[in-house]
Design a protein around this ligand. Sequence first.
Ligand SMILES: Cc1ncc(COP(=O)(O)O)c(C=O)c1O
Length: 478
Amino acid sequence: MAISQTNFAWATLLEIGSPEPGRPHRLRDHLVRALRTAIRDGRLTEGAAVPPSRALAEELGCSRWAVTEAYGQLIAEGYLTARVGSATRVSWSPDTTPPYPRAHPAPAPPPVRYDLAPGLPDLRAFPRRRWADAVRAVTGSAVHYDLGLPDPAGHPGVRTTVAQYLRRSRGADARAETVTVCAGVTDGLLRTCRALRAEGIADLAVEHPGWGRLRDAATSAGLRPHPVPVDHDGLRVDDLVRTPARAVIVGAAHQFPTGTVLSPARRARLVRWARDVNGYVIEDDYDAEFRYDHHPVAVMQGMDPRRVFLLGSVSKTLSPALGLGWLVAPAALTQALAAANPVAAAPPVLDQLALATFIDRGWYDAHLRAARRRFRTRRDLLIRTLGAQLPEARAAGTAAGLHILLHLPDDTDTHATVRAAATAGLRLADLDDYRVQHSADRALVLGYGNITDPEIPPAVALLRGALATRTPKAERPA
Ligand SMILES: Cc1ncc(COP(=O)(O)O)c(C=O)c1O
């Protein structure tokens, strides 16, 4: 019910009992909250006059000061207006139009017991103690101007550390001036695409199958994505040259989701193509730290730093929750990159500094060495277990990264398999989820980052059960 000045007791409305003597500030704050709430929920309607301060103070048995202060606060907030010679009135009303119809909340997914979907590193192995040490160290040692406005391209000292790391460990051609510290590969791609758009490039070739978020990043920067097939040697350059694209994003070290490595011949061809079309290759250095059959292959960017952008992040090595990555741009384009991204924000400076400390103290290398050993063993175990329990399936993909492809018999309904597995608490991903056109090839993308070794046999047993509940295509109604 709306209330007018005459028909109700203000003390009741404002839920104020006997004020405590000598606590006028407390009473003022209470009055502000109570009047604000009464206006917001519509009990005090727009235009209604509030009592003169003297009258309300008398009714409440408090000082007039508390009431005039409270009115003054609500006038400043826009809930009341005061005019000379007239009563102070309510000047705001809540929106009474019916709220948007609520979307029915999606049913909660069944709890996950085992995670064989790709996308996560071993979250249990996050180096909490050393990361906390790095955060503590930089919080104590950061100079005061590090706490001022951040450099949008990243903290200069962190860019130096990242450039050194990329030169030493990835064979990149990187200098502090060409490195941007960003929130990850997706953010780096978004920034790169905006810069390419400003350079007059409107079309970007993307791998097919591929990670949809990269396509989405390109589209949101105004580029048209052109899917180009991937075969056992990586991106098919013969198909690329037939597109109107002058730029391509490619996972050279370990393509997601096929798990192929770009062959040496294709690497060279791709860079030559970029020169021929006066275009660019964007190298997504995804999974590159994890190669199990030999030493990680150096980045393509080193072959021609004027034509190749390099993107990387710690999402697969430490955790995607950190939101830290890097972008190395051709030197001639660093200004264009900054100009095309005027409102891009760098990740929090203390987090950047923690990463630099983590790298400088040798903790990142140590973490990667341990992770490599752990993932090599886990990959072998997964492939052995699959071979023993699912002889009709075929595991594929280079001995690298955090995922494999599992090819299944042609009559497998992979969608039904993923659904049946989810009901049993096993998370899986269908290769079809990474395609823009469906294909006859039935396969799952199995990630082994976020599962423990002892969980692998029961997870594969659940997968076998989910495959057994599938409806072979031949038996499905037409
Ligand atoms: C192909 C590919 N590249 C890069 C990334 C990492 O992206 P970000 O650094 O934005 O987390 C992912 C994550 O799943 C990916 O699938």
